[in-house]
Write a protein that binds this ligand. Sequence first.
Ligand SMILES: [Fe+2]
Length: 152
Amino acid sequence: MNDKLIAKLNACLAHEWTGVAQYSQMGFMVSGLWREPYAEMFFESAKESFGHAHRIGDKIAAMGGVPTLERNKVQVGDDIHGMLQHALEFEQAAVKHYMEALEMADGVDRPLVVLLEEILLDEQDGVDKLSRIIREHGAAAAAEGHKKTKTG
Ligand SMILES: [Fe+2]
C-alpha cells in the first residue's frame, strides 16, 4: 500500500514540477496589453506549484520514497486565451490527482489526508479563479465580435 501511495504522490509531484515550468513559461511569454495583469499571476502560480512540490517531495522522502524529478509535457498556448485555457486544464488535472491521492490515503494516514486536503483547496481555488476569468474573457471577446478562444 505504501508503495502505491508513494507512486501516486510522485504523480502529484510530477504534475507540480510541470506547473513550475509551465506557469513560468507563461509568465515569460505573455505579451501585449495582457502582460501587465497576467505575468505576475502566472509567476505566482509557478511559486504555488513549487510550494506544493516542496511539501509533497518532503513527504515522499519522509515515507521512505524517492521524490521524482520527472515532469509532464508543458502546454503554454499562443496567446492569453490559450494560456488561460491550459492553466484551467492544469488546475482541473491537479484537483483530480489530489482527489485520487486522498482516496488512497483515507483511513490509512490521517496527517497525509490533512496535507492533501490543504493542497486540494488551493487547486480548487485555482479552478474557480480561472473559470471566472475565462468567463469574462469570453464575454469581452464576444462583445468585440471575436471568437471566444482559440481552443474553444
Ligand atoms: Fe499545486
